[in-house]
Design a protein. Sequence first.
Length: 334
Amino acid sequence: MKTNPLVTVIIPNYNHAPYLRERIDSVLAQDYDNFEVIILDDCSTDNSRDIIMEYEGREHVSKIVLNDKNTGNTFIQWDKGIGLAKGEYIWIAESDDVARPQLLTTLAGELQKHPEATVAYCHSRLIDSDGNVLVEQNSRYKEADDTVRTHDGRAYLKCYLLAFNYIYNASMAVFRKSAFAGVDREFMKLRYCGDWHFWASICVQGTVVEAYAMLNDFRQHRNKVTVRASADTRRRMDEAVNYRHIAALAQLSAFERRCLRGRLTKRLGKDIRGGEIPLGEAEELKATYPDIYGGGWTDIALYEIGKHTTGFLKYRQKFTFLAECFANAKKGII
C-alpha cells in the first residue's frame, strides 16, 4: 500500500492567543494520516506561549520554536519553518484561521494526482473574530464543490496574479517543498505583499491546482498583519516590486508591459484625485518606479485597447467579487 507523502504543517504565531487552540486543534483533527506540525512563536506578548506548550509532546507535533526576540516579519517565520520541515509538502497554517478536516487529504491528494503541480489550493469563507461567517467566499461560483481545475503556471500569473493575489491566504494552500528553492527571497522584505510575491515564484515553476471546495476559514479581525500593513505608506512601493517580479516571471511582451503600466498609472491617478494618496508621494512613486506608475495617456489608451480586445488585465467577475467580499468583511470586523 502506497504511503501518503509527509506534509509539514507550519503554524507561525504572534499574539493570536484567542484563536490558537481552535487553529491547532483543527490541524490535529485532519483526516490525512501522515503529517508533522511545527509551531513557531515570534515572542508574543499575550499568553500564546502557555497555550502552545499545552501541545508539547502531542502526536504529530514535532517541533515548538519560541523566539526570544520579535522579528516583526511573518515571512521570516515562514522561511524558518520551511527550513525545519521534513515533509515533501508544506502547509503554512496561519495561527488565526481554521481548517476543515478534509483540507490536507484534498490538497495533498491533488498534488499526488498532478506531479507537475507545485501548489494546490482550496476556496475559503471569511469569518469574524468569533467564528461567524462574514462571506461564503465562492457563493457566486456555479461549479460544484468537487470541481477541480488546473492552470498553467505562467498563464496563471497573467490571468490571475497580475490582477489580484488569488491565493490571498496561506492557510488555503499546500505546496511542494522542492519548489521553495526557486522562490525569490525578496518576498521576506515586503511587508504588505510578500505572500503575493511568494506565490508567484511557486506557481510559475509548474501547474496550479484549484479545488473549489471551501475547506478553509480565513479570519478577519483588527490584529491581522495585512490589516495593519494596508495603511502603511510603503504599500504601493511593495506592490511595485511585486508587479515587476510577476511581469518578469510571466514573460510579458512589450505591449503587455505597457498595458500593465497604463492600468497602474490610471489607478494611481484615480487615487490622487480621490485624496487617497498625497501628490508628493505619487510623484515619488512615479520617479522610483517609472515602468510601473510613470505611464502617460498613450499607456492608458493601450491598456484600454488591450483590455477590450485581448482581455489582458481585464477584471473578471471573480476579481470584482473578491474585492466586494473583502470590503464587506472589513465592515464586519470586530
